[in-house]
Design a protein. Sequence first.
Length: 252
Amino acid sequence: MHTGTIVEAAPGVHLVHGSDTNWVVIAEGDAVTLVDTGYPGDRPRLLASLAELGHRPGDVVAVLVTHAHNDHIGSAEHLSRTHDIPVLLHPSEVPHARREFLHQIGVGTVLANAWRPGVLPWAVRVLRSGGTEHVPVTEPRAFPVAGALDLPGRPVPVHTPGHTAGHCVYHLPAQGVVISGDALVCGHSTSRIRGPQLLPSMFDHERAGAVASLPTIADLAGDVLLPGHGPLYRGSVAGAAARAAEQIGGRA
């Protein structure tokens, strides 16, 4: 099974590229924090990536969710139900994960943007990867404490609303790593821009909020950015956020 590309970001921290979405494996000994889980169709790749890094699903202490879009929570319920793993996310994202509502790009918006380069091939892959499946998390949990979580990597959730209302990035201060989800990416199949950027606005629930969250990310000390889409970025996280802000004026 092809696992996708696994890239070591820092000791014990690996970025894994799935079909179109990334997830992050943070390990301390045998214990693992998993950040996001890819599309439903990425499950074989997800499990294979854990195995390639020397772990079993039962080693996962918690699944942290940046946001509850299908391409990030595709296997969250499976892991929770099968291995009794808690799924943790921002309080504002909990009802989204339960699918009490869905703030995700719809078929109509995709069709309206079909003229854009890369949109139709991306949409076909979404369908093949289970991107339109109903994948609610039955018992998502809000973070139990403020600040650093008592999990491998000691991740610190930072609320960055805009892409969704409860989107969070995760800061690993000791490793100088920021896991940015979809608040700051480094590429996408529907974007011709390379490097740090916001996703095209059609993907954001509230574009102004997504723009306003960039300074929050810029304030996080780090020199490695692990995005939800695109390659790992090595360099100042503040500089990456500034570069994304510069790109905004020239795109919708």
